[in-house]
Write a protein that binds this ligand. Structure first.
Ligand SMILES: [Fe+2]
Length: 296
């Protein structure tokens, strides 16, 4: 099959740019446990980011059909980073984690509104820690390890799904990446597109095709063979376009959650404080940010 995978863009920061972001993140870090305050501060602080950096981010934000991208490195005290949790995230994050989370929320606020859901683990926090937990190692959750995570849209079953998923890698000794696919849905058979639209898996908004795909938790109706065939073809297209984004400590990966799906390979976790550790947040692009970025 013809390879149509879009290359993943990386916005490589200069030392000076990273330092400026870190200075702003440091001032936000003390509010990390107060989500409302954190969000409003981050939105205001975003305006203090260097114009040159915002300008360099613009092409990534204004793509007609959003694609995944990555930026970094962000300097924080990696050597002083606390151990990867093994059971539950720390109630009182240390300085390094607070600064990293503030950095993630600050950069995410450039794209739109940082959101969380009330009924989710680590609810109420604008960021969530993602690390392997032994008891959950064989589940379809972010805390799994020996179980691969299957293709999905983040929170596909929620009424309002996040527009972006932002992942900041803190530690990743085994170099476990995130698998991403931006499927070319216009290559699907038209009769399959009809079924996928009817099921709400594919829709259109602002001229963009949007996906809501998680066949494990939201499968096609059992006796609906045509719908199952449509899912099958979409699943194959997703697989054909799969590529791995490396998760490198100090880098933020932005995943457009409505135009791509993601997954994760299985890996061996040691549960010894040195395992892979990402922090995650979710973003809803507002009409203001969407118009602003599209008009650039
Ligand atoms: Fe996910």
């Amino acid at each position: 099959m013809k390879n149509m995978k879009a290359p993943i863009s990386t916005l490589q920061l200069s030392y000076g740019e990273s330092q400026e972001v870190q200075a702003l993140a440091n001032s936000l870090a003390q509010s990390i446990l107060k989500p409302k305050r954190m969000r409003s501060l981050a939105e205001r602080t975003t305006e203090l980011l260097p114009d040159s950096l915002l300008k360099r981010m613009q092409p990534l934000l204004s793509a007609r059909q959003p694609v995944p991208w990555r930026m970094g490195p962000f300097f924080f005290h990696v050597t002083q980073l606390e151990s990867t949790p093994t059971d539950k995230p720390p109630n009182h994050p240390g300085t390094s984690l607070s600064e990293a989370a503030a950095t993630l929320i600050l950069i995410s606020s450039v794209l739109g509104k940082v959101i969380t859901y009330r009924k989710m683990k680590q609810s109420g926090k604008l960021f969530q820690s993602v690390f392997p937990i032994k008891e959950l190692s064989q589940t379809q959750t972010a805390a799994s390890s020996c179980e691969a995570l299957t293709w999905h849209t983040e929170h596909a079953t929620k009424k309002l799904i996040p527009d972006y998923l932002a992942l900041f890698c803190l530690r990743n000794p085994k170099e476990v990446g995130t698998t991403i696919s931006v499927p070319q849905v216009n290559t699907l058979k038209s009769e399959h597109l009809v079924h996928l639209r009817k099921l709400g898996v594919i829709s259109r908004r602002n001229g963009c095709t949007r996906l809501r795909y998680d066949p494990l938790f939201s499968p096609p109706p059992e006796n609906d063979i045509p719908a199952q065939k449509a899912y099958e073809e979409l699943g194959q297209t997703i697989q054909d376009q799969a590529q791995v984004i490396a998760q490198v400590p100090g880098y933020i990966v932005m995943i457009p959650n409505t135009t791509s799906v993601h997954a994760r390979e299985s890996f061996h976790a040691d549960f010894n404080g040195h395992d892979r550790w990402l922090i995650r947040t979710m973003i809803r692009t507002t009409s203001r940010t969407t118009q602003g970025t599209r008009g650039l």
